[in-house]
Design a protein around this ligand. Sequence first.
Ligand SMILES: C[S@@+](CC[C@H](N)C(=O)[O-])C[C@H]1O[C@@H](n2cnc3c(N)ncnc32)[C@H](O)[C@@H]1O
Length: 276
Amino acid sequence: MRIDVVTIFPEYLEPLNVSLVGKARARGQLLVEVHNLRDWTHDRHNTVDDTPYGGGPGMVMKPDPWGEALDRVEARGRADERTATADPVLVVPAPSGRPFTQALAVELSEKPWLVFAPARYEGIDRRVIDEYAGRWEVHEVSIGDYVLAGGEAAVLVITEAVARLLPGVLGNAESHRDDSFAPGAMADLLEGPVYTKPPEWRGRGIPEVLLSGHHGRIARWRRDEAFRRTAAHRPDLIERCDPAALDKHDRAVLAELGWRPGPDGRFGRPGSDVEE
Ligand SMILES: C[S@@+](CC[C@H](N)C(=O)[O-])C[C@H]1O[C@@H](n2cnc3c(N)ncnc32)[C@H](O)[C@@H]1O
């Protein structure tokens, strides 16, 4: 995969040299190029922002440097034999974007070429996003319901979530299949607790079943714990769980926690007035 990031703070992206993403780059599984937006300004002060039309506080990023930068990034990518025939996918971090989820991480991990446009100030002049949406696939993506000072932290988050899904990047290719939110059996579930050696620490043991060597019972225990944790931390996920994906045992665990199925089979929170 090729990733281009255009930013006014290239140094903010330095963590992309360490750990899993850094190793993926060193192995050639991931190519990352970080570009300084100010390289495409033409005034003495390298200005990238201006006052907003309509007035109001804050500044808006000017379209000209962004347009020149993205055109140049496209030309560079097309000159790279790995992405010569690919289409760039533009990812614009924005609190007003579509929520970033594991499903979107999977979708983006299947693209050969991502271009990130993290903004500062009040964001980028809208015409830039509209212009590139006419040429490329564009995703405006939010990493959560809060407002950061800039999109670079969102680029780090999205890149790490995407890179660990690339073939060969994780030591054990199976490991992300059991993660919280992993498409499939874990799509609407959080992973339960995990333990390692020693078997006793400060008087605390580990659940007996994990020592049983019985794969079926261990898998069942893990799924039960996933339901317990999800019900406690993210009841909204239980509410949207597809009833067809729940087996008898799943239903029993939810019933034990006070959840009841409504007329459509979906479970409602304890205390809510779902009709049985
Ligand atoms: C100060 S914010 C602008 C917020 C904008 N005025 C709004 O209310 O939607 C500056 C930039 O930080 C990034 N950003 C802030 N919060 C974000 C979030 N939750 N997810 C993704 N990017 C975010 C975006 O690139 C955004 O354009």
